[in-house]
Design a binder for this molecule. Structure first.
Ligand SMILES: C[S@@+](CC[C@H](N)C(=O)[O-])C[C@H]1O[C@@H](n2cnc3c(N)ncnc32)[C@H](O)[C@@H]1O
Length: 213
């Protein structure tokens, strides 16, 4: 399966834009990725005064979960290049933005608009395979992390495999091994992957308008 529609869909997955298809993709992220965002926040073991960074935050579901775990001295930073995702997440995080506890930054993992050694926890979900330069991104992440900080990555392997089978992910290097190798080259330590099972299925059809089904 590959054609103009699939190409447009994949473009929206990697950089959502305000458009009817972008709107569908946003809803898909909000429903379908809720679980992986929540899992990343839980695995990050956030403490109330932590400085936390999410890369590729999309509609901001994970940021909202993370904010609930922070106290008044904790701060949350989100970096994403999509103007559309910024507007969606800004609405979701409006109260935190107003108090200055949340800062959403337009940018990319490859060039983080943050100072050296300032972040306690980094997390990202279903995003790294859209970064254009994994080595550059991993070096940047390492640069902004405090000593002893750690990063959590979550993704749904079964869905990525399905996208590949359907011909949608032909040009996407999504294999986690590629990220793990880049992390090691950037001198991250204890890089490991754990697989858990869940029954959730990829179901784009429920998010498509009737005419596209
Ligand atoms: C598939 S969406 C996932 C969004 C959200 N994390 C979720 O799971 O619902 C990928 C996100 O990564 C963002 N993204 C793309 N390239 C990026 C980059 N180089 N650095 C950071 N984020 C990026 C996109 O704008 C998009 O919001």
């Amino acid at each position: 399966m590959s054609g103009p529609f699939q190409t447009r869909l994949l473009r929206q997955f990697s950089l959502p834009r305000l458009s009817p298809l972008g709107w569908i993709v946003k809803h898909f992220f909000q429903q379908n990725n809720r679980f992986v965002e929540q899992a990343a926040v839980n695995l990050a073991l956030l403490e109330p005064d932590h400085q936390v960074l999410e890369l590729g935050f999309g509609p901001g579901v994970g940021l909202k979960n993370a904010l609930a775990k922070l106290g008044p001295h904790g701060h949350l930073y989100g970096v994403d290049p999509s103007e559309y995702m910024h507007s969606v997440a800004s609405r979701r995080l409006a109260s935190g933005i107003q108090t200055g506890q949340v800062k959403l930054l337009r940018g990319r993992a490859e060039s983080l608009p943050l100072s050296d050694g300032t972040i306690d926890r980094v997390f990202h979900c279903s995003s790294y395979y859209y970064w254009t330069d994994l080595d550059k991104a991993c070096n940047e992440i390492k640069r902004v992390m405090k000593p002893g900080a750690f990063m959590v990555t979550t993704l749904r392997m079964s869905q990525l495999q399905k996208l590949e089978e359907n011909g949608l992910f032909k040009e996407v290097n999504w294999q986690p091994q590629l990220l793990m190798e880049a992390l090691q080259r950037a001198h991250f330590t204890d890089v490991n992957m754990k697989k858990t099972s869940n029954k959730a299925q990829l179901n784009m059809r429920q998010f498509l308008p009737p005419l596209l089904k």
